[in-house]
Design a protein around this ligand. Structure first.
Ligand SMILES: C[S@@+](CC[C@H](N)C(=O)[O-])C[C@H]1O[C@@H](n2cnc3c(N)ncnc32)[C@H](O)[C@@H]1O
Length: 232
């Protein structure tokens, strides 16, 4: 386990972090637009204009692309850590007729004993739940679960999943996501997480959880990591 101190982590969330992400994303969008599908780029730009998000443009692209790659697998889609619904909207655009299960307190981050607690505050990322629900109402097949995950997960205990996105910032929350979803993933299905390379707690949760599993962690060239579920 290695602790990392990175630029965005030092900014500690909030307006500074979002400004830095916006500036970086402007360059990333220009780079992507030179060779990626114009419709995909239009979508990513539109969603980023409409919602505040903590993901960079490259990260938005990965979410969209990896969700799309899983849409012909058996199982539903899920996201834990919705905030204003930016990443959820990208997933909605490629989920076809799959159900997307969305988990968040919508009251922001819970209190935590996390290794990164100095950069997170209780209730950080609190949003107006009805506004998020309204924004995503343009898509069908979206289910909301408001409250602390995994206490809110009882309704999907019998489901299998083809693609899940974790963006929960904290060790305890990431660990809960891994414990809950890993055993319910379809072979070939993808668990994608934000912040792996900049948040010590997220990284620790993945390292501990995967220690006795056959799957290797794939670190992307953003803050994200992913795991492709092997056949049982
Ligand atoms: C950085 S935000 C998510 C950003 C979002 N994915 C985007 O596209 O911008 C992190 C979210 O995780 C949620 N969260 C963290 N731990 C949670 C838990 N155990 N249960 C429910 N929500 C949680 C917080 O409420 C917060 O909205």
């Amino acid at each position: 386990m290695w602790a990392r101190s990175r630029f965005f982590q030092k900014l500690g969330g909030g307006i500074l972090e979002r400004t830095a992400i916006g500036a970086l994303s402007a360059f990333q969008l220009a780079a992507l637009s030179s060779h990626k599908n114009p419709e995909t780029m239009k979508l990513i730009k539109r969603v980023r204009r409409e919602r505040r998000t903590l993901t960079t443009a490259f990260e938005s692209y990965h979410i969209h692309s990896l969700a799309q790659a899983c849409r012909n697998l058996k199982g539903d889609f899920a996201e834990v850590g919705v905030y204003e619904g930016a990443s959820a909207a990208l997933i909605c655009n490629v989920k076809a007729d799959k159900t997307l299960h969305l988990f968040d307190t919508f009251d922001g981050l819970p209190e935590s004993t996390d290794p990164d607690r100095s950069i997170h505050k209780k209730n950080q990322y609190a949003v107006k739940f009805d506004a998020v629900r309204q924004y995503l109402s343009q898509y069908g097949g979206v289910e909301f679960y408001r409250g602390m995950f995994p206490e809110t997960a009882a309704a999907v205990e019998e489901k299998n999943f083809a693609f899940v996105h974790f963006d929960v910032d904290l060790y305890e929350s990431t660990r809960s996501c891994l414990e809950f979803f890993y055993q319910r993933m379809t072979p070939g299905g993808i668990m994608l997480s934000h912040d792996y390379s900049i948040l010590t707690g997220v990284q620790q949760a993945f390292h501990e959880f995967l220690r006795d599993k056959p799957e290797g962690l794939i670190e992307l060239n953003t803050t994200q990591c992913m795991v492709v579920r092997a056949a049982a």
